[in-house]
Design a protein. Structure first.
Length: 404
């Protein structure tokens, strides 16, 4: 629709999307049962009583797993345990689902794993955190394994010991230095975060293979997915959005990564834990400059926008769910294991960027004897498409930042 002349009829405030309205619990009833008094308001407009809220949260978790029908009975599933409300809620969801005696019971076997990567803290504090995690898992009667991320890095991306007792995990004060030593000097934080994220995902896949697990469940929530989606596009990984932010990451043929909490937000899970008398583990929070990296900036952007516009995260996620790769290709990136798109007659966005960069570095041909078409044909004749197809576009930018 044409918008020319709209400024004559709208004020500056009317041009902007209005902020979402907020409701109060006074004189309102539960949106679901329409009978009981609500105790929680979600998305600034949906009020629920305790029974309806807990039933709805449980149904949402099981419905997402059941919708995709990927996990079969007796499959072994690895649960990536982290610190915070999402992981504690996931613990409770799984325990309740496995303890059911109805046909809705979860029928797969679970193994929890905690990847120790708190190298920014002292050894004593890290040991204290590990003990708390062990006690939390024992409270739910699950089995947990512990793996050191530092050992994985020091051993040149080879899986180290998987221990049952956190006391057997080797922790050193110089672990942070060892991790930073894999990067070249003066590497920006954006690329560091990108590399560490890839390496942690690859480590989880190696652990799952070692423990004969076909699936990995991770505790990412909706705000994590939304900020990661925007970050992936910003870093040139737009073709990987379906597998990086969708429900199922199937880039590895043997192990699939599933995100069962991707439809939940932090407030929803915090209330769920509160109503179930669950006390998640908390650790010291280090101060982060939101403008120091693309990933941190996207988190700030999404979270700030979500405060006044509750549909922000949902809109981003639904848009991301509509994206798909037309041609995955058979070749995989050696670093992130994502698909490398097959070349065709038309230049891809990555190839167009590479060509533009190459042209800008060439000496211009100012001869008047050649026509414009002849000059263009001469440029194409000397331009060679990069033969290094071992990495996707984004990984080509960062693979040189890792010390071999």
């Amino acid at each position: 629709m044409c918008s020319v002349g709209d400024e004559n009829f709208e004020t500056e405030e009317e041009k902007c999307m209005p902020a979402g309205g907020k409701i109060t619990l006074a004189n309102t009833k539960c949106n679901k049962c329409r009978e009981n008094d609500p105790i929680v308001v979600l998305r600034s407009k949906d009020a629920y009583c305790e029974a309806c809220f807990l039933a709805g949260a449980t149904h949402k978790f099981k419905a997402l797993l059941g919708k995709h029908k990927l996990i079969r009975p007796n499959d072994k599933v690895l649960i990536h345990h982290q610190i915070g409300h999402p992981s504690t809620a996931l613990l409770h969801f799984l325990r309740c689902g496995l303890d059911l005696t109805t046909h809705k019971k979860l029928r797969f076997d679970v193994i929890f794993v905690y990847v120790e990567d708190n190298s920014q803290f002292t050894v004593d504090y890290r040991k204290e955190v590990l003990k708390k995690i062990e006690n939390e898992i024992k409270l739910f009667k699950f089995v947990i394994k512990f793996v050191s991320f530092n050992d994985y890095i020091v051993n040149n991306n080879k899986l180290g010991d998987i221990v049952d007792n956190p006391d057997n995990l080797t922790l050193n004060e110089d672990d942070k230095i060892n991790i930073n030593n894999i990067f070249v000097s003066k590497l920006n934080k954006t690329n560091k975060n990108d590399i560490l994220h890839i390496k942690k995902r690859n480590l989880l896949i190696e652990i799952a293979k070692n423990l004969n697990c076909k699936f990995i469940l991770t505790p990412e929530i909706s705000s994590d997915i939304a900020s990661q989606l925007l970050g992936e596009i910003s870093l040139g990984r737009g073709s990987h959005v379906p597998i990086d932010t969708g429900f199922c990451d199937d880039r590895n043929q043997d192990v699939k990564i599933l995100r069962p909490l991707r439809l939940f937000d932090m407030k929803e899970l915090a209330f769920y834990n509160k109503l179930n008398s669950l006390d998640p583990i908390s650790i010291k929070q280090t101060e982060i400059n939101p403008y120091s990296s693309v990933q941190d900036l996207m988190k700030k952007f999404v979270n700030d926008l979500q405060v006044n516009y509750p549909a922000t995260v949902t809109t981003i996620m639904k848009t991301g769910d509509k994206l798909a790769i037309n041609d995955n290709g058979k070749q995989k990136c050696q670093l992130c294991m994502g698909p490398i798109l097959n070349s065709n007659e038309e230049l891809s966005s990555a190839e167009s960027t590479s060509f533009s960069h190459w042209v800008s570095t060439q000496k211009p041909d100012n001869s008047k004897e050649k026509s414009r078409q002849e000059k263009y044909d001469s440029i194409l004749k000397h331009y060679k498409v990069s033969e290094n197809n071992n990495y996707c576009y984004s990984c080509k930018k960062i693979e040189g930042s890792i010390k071999s």
